[in-house]
Design a protein around this ligand. Structure first.
Ligand SMILES: C[S@@+](CC[C@H](N)C(=O)[O-])C[C@H]1O[C@@H](n2cnc3c(N)ncnc32)[C@H](O)[C@@H]1O
Length: 196
């Protein structure tokens, strides 16, 4: 797989670097289930994935894909917005993935939105364990996408550097509307001491 092909593939590269068999992780926007399936491969049979989406058809598609790949057993699906993540996921997780925007091939009016995305990002940053990461594929190109992208960057840009490392990866040989990746790593105690 070409990890530098697009924003989602690059996000997967970062997740592959951190997530290990047996880990607990969150897919905050499961959509057609491709990210959930990718995470299922990383965490293996002993791991656990909490997957959220507001659309019933997205959850059905995710369920079907995971069944086809015999890994539904390690996934818990939630038909609720990711802004309720902290109600359903109460113990620390190693990684969280957001793939923002709309479900490809579906209703383009059902998009992730700045306020709920921001609320979910805050909860995700609290939930990740030290050394864990949050990866967001951000799409500024559709209507409303620019405002959401700005909200994501504003949120990540204000995280305390002693506690989090926030990165933005853009493909500079594409239009400024091209999808990109925001990655946030939570510092370990050792990292924080180095910063002090
Ligand atoms: C780009 S798609 C996700 C693609 C998916 N990760 C995949 O691999 O196929 C964005 C998804 O976010 C979902 N969504 C919109 N608002 C949401 C919210 N508040 N909480 C959770 N999911 C939401 C949409 O229904 C849509 O399925």
């Amino acid at each position: 797989m070409d990890s530098f092909r697009n924003a989602v593939a690059l996000g997967h590269l970062f997740l592959r670097e951190r997530v290990r068999p047996g880990d607990r992780v969150v897919d905050a926007t499961c959509g057609n289930g491709h990210d959930t399936l990718f995470l299922a491969g990383l965490v293996g049979t002993e791991g656990k994935i909490f997957a959220f989406d507001v659309q019933a058809e997205a959850l059905a598609a995710t369920r079907q894909l995971l069944e086809e790949h015999h890994c539904l057993d390690r996934v818990q699906l939630f038909h609720v917005g990711h802004e309720e993540m902290a109600i359903h996921v109460t113990a620390p997780v190693r990684g969280v993935v957001f793939n923002l925007g709309y479900l490809p091939g579906s209703d383009k009016s059902c998009i992730t939105r700045p306020e709920t995305t921001r609320a979910a990002l805050e909860q995700a940053a609290d939930l990740i364990q030290p050394g864990g990461i949050l990866v967001a594929a951000v799409y500024p190109g559709h209507e409303g996408g620019g405002e959401e992208a700005a909200a994501v960057e504003q949120w990540a840009g204000l995280l305390a550097p002693q506690q989090y490392s926030a990165w933005c990866s853009r493909q500079i040989n594409r239009s400024s509307n091209a999808p990109y990746v925001v990655t946030v790593q939570k510092s370990t105690l050792k990292d924080s001491a180095r910063h002090a």
